[in-house]
Design a binder for this molecule. Structure first.
Ligand code: ZN
Length: 142
């Protein structure tokens, strides 16, 4: 950005050196209209134009460079953020795939490969009590 402004300032100096009169406001407008057509620069452009006659080339230069630095930092921070998020996502998918469901039922090994919690109302055929089925009945072993 400072190079960009510098090229305008050089141009202005050359025009003045050539003996022509060049108002700063013309250079200011030339620089403002050379800015990218993005929201942030639209706002900057409007704010600077609002200053009217208070706006000098020095103020313009300082403002544009600070906004440029700020938006550049913002952009870099944004990129770092995206990079971090994609790394986290990669880690997440990696750990998710390494703990892929093995097909084993967590209650596997217990009788009949059925869930340990019996549906309410299921009665044991041996003792008639609820909460377990005949194969698990304790009274059987007595
Ligand atoms: Zn029973």
């Amino acid at each position: 950005m400072s190079d960009h402004i510098g090229s305008f300032l050089n141009l202005k100096r050359r025009i003045v050196e050539a003996g022509h009169k060049l108002d700063d406001i013309l250079v200011i407008h030339a620089i403002l209209h050379s800015l990218p057509r993005t929201n942030i620069w639209d706002v900057v452009r409007r704010n600077l134009l609002d200053k009217g006659k208070e706006l000098t080339l020095d103020i313009l230069t300082a403002e544009l460079i600070s906004v440029h630095d700020y938006s550049e930092r913002d952009r870099l921070a944004d990129e770092n953020d995206k990079k971090l998020k994609s790394e986290q996502m990669a880690l997440f998918t990696k750990s998710a795939s390494s703990s892929t469901y093995s097909g084993k039922k967590p209650w596997r090994g217990k009788s009949n490969d059925k869930p340990p919690t019996r549906p309410a109302g299921t009665k044991c055929h041996i003792c008639g009590k609820e909460g377990h089925w005949a194969p698990e009945c304790r009274s059987k072993s007595i």
